[in-house]
Design a protein around this ligand. Structure first.
Ligand code: NAP
Ligand code: F7E
Length: 352
């Protein structure tokens, strides 16, 4: 590949750099004077929108952000890039990360989300890069079906309810195995849902913020959603990438829950967004016939569409991040209100 690697700063390699978290993590690490390499996969249309602004602001004389092609389903690309860069820290944020979609493309999800982590760890092991630290993007989706509505922590049993969740459990346990069997500094951040204006448009918070703003501006008539009664603990991606870095700086490799410890339903999230947009939303009917009506116009603006329901659902997620607070000195700066404010503002700005 012929990469020229600058070694004076700490070097980080990010798989999944073009995603929501990848883009915030690059910004965070560049501020900490890291040299950052990101891996993007080949796509037929542009997939770098979330990081283009970083390149635009780069002073090319002191450039310390580089992008290489690679794919976590391709062992040789992983091996070559790690061998060329020999990074101090590897963040594996790559995944087929959509839970609903994982039921439609199960084999690809397992290949990228589960085996991707294994391939990176194998490369670290076979290259004998024992000084290279590894971060795995584990997920609260691993907790899945729980018997009671109690908050989840590092000791809560996993019971995944999707191929995505099953794949993340594989990657999580593989990370622990490579730590225990080979002594690699390999860590898991078990992150609960985290959102931002950069969230993908088919995740529920972005879909709601985008849809309600468009409805408010009369650019869309109806927003179609699935299960309104799932409960999630939603944080901000900016806070959560800081926790990734803190996890990698801790004196020993370990596993950590990162969350806000505050939970609301999808329906409450809609109500909060509607209130901020001054949409007078009332709910009518039950089940699949439930609708959200704009009282001022008497128009139905929210409908339920069963195509958005999942064969297996996770009803309740609320994270207990006491360990991260005490040992990493990490806590979220955003709360649900400031998160929604930022997401709504960004949607409104987009239409200005
Ligand atoms: P995201 O926006 O979907 O980003 C996923 C990244 O993985 C993208 O850069 C994507 O590339 C890349 N990717 C997908 N398949 C790949 C492949 N075969 N080879 C190389 N790269 C590939 O996800 P996110 O919200 O930033 O989340 C980051 C990580 O944290 C993911 O692993 C996710 O599963 C996990 N996680 C997320 C949350 C959350 O609430 N956001 C919570 C817990 C864990 P393209 O841009 O080309 O698609
Ligand atoms: O769904 C319900 C849906 O797709 C949240 C990923 O980042 O967090 C994320 O996974 C809830 C679910 O996120 C729609 O049924 C209703 O109960 O935004 P979501 P998720 O499935 O929780 C975890 C931690 C990850 O690791 C994942 O990578 O909202 N819901 N109506 C809907 N969800 C979607 N997407 N679309 C709807 O129309």
């Amino acid at each position: 590949m012929g990469l020229k690697v600058k070694k004076k700063n700490k070097v980080a390699l990010i798989f999944g750099v073009t995603g929501q978290d990848g883009s915030y993590l690059v910004e965070f690490l560049l501020k900490k004077n890291y040299t950052v390499y990101g891996i993007k996969r080949r796509s037929s249309s542009a997939n770098t929108q979330r990081i283009d602004h970083i390149f635009d602001s780069i002073d090319f004389k002191n450039n310390n952000f580089f992008i290489e092609y690679g794919d976590v389903t391709d062992s040789s690309s992983i091996f070559n890039v790690i061998n060329n860069i020999k990074p101090d820290e590897i963040y594996n944020l790559s995944a087929q990360s959509h839970v609903r979609v994982s039921f439609d493309i199960p084999e690809y999800t397992a290949n990228s989300t589960a085996l991707g982590a294994l391939r990176i760890l194998e490369a670290i092991k076979s290259l004998k890069l024992y000084k290279t630290k590894f971060y795995q993007a584990s997920s609260s989706e691993m907790f899945g079906k729980q018997k009671t509505n109690k908050s989840q922590n590092e000791n809560t049993k996993f019971h995944p309810m999707s191929i995505y969740g099953v794949s993340k459990v594989f990657a999580h346990n593989t990370t622990i195995l490579y730590r225990e069997a080979y002594g690699i500094f390999a860590c898991n951040g078990i992150l609960f849902n985290h959102e931002s204006p950069r969230r993908g448009p088919n995740f529920v918070t972005k879909k709601i913020a985008q849809g309600l703003v468009r409805i408010k501006l009369k650019k869309q008539k109806v927003l179609r959603l699935g299960n309104l009664y799932a409960i999630r603990d939603w944080g901000h991606a900016k806070d959560y990438v800081e926790s990734m870095w803190k996890i990698m700086q801790f004196k020993k490799p370990d596993d950590w829950v990162i969350a806000t410890n505050y939970e609301i339903s999808v329906k409450k999230f809609i109500n909060l967004c509607a209130k901020k947009l001054k949409i007078d939303l009332v709910w009518k009917n039950k089940g699949i016939k439930e609708v959200g009506v704009d009282k001022s116009t008497n128009q139905i603006i929210i409908k339920i569409d069963k195509k958005y329901f999942r064969p297996g659902e996770v009803d309740y997620l609320k994270g207990n991040y006491t360990k991260a607070r005490k040992q990493l000195n990490w806590k979220p700066k955003y709360n649900i209100n400031s998160l929604i404010d930022e997401m709504i503002k960004s949607e409104l700005d987009f239409h200005e």
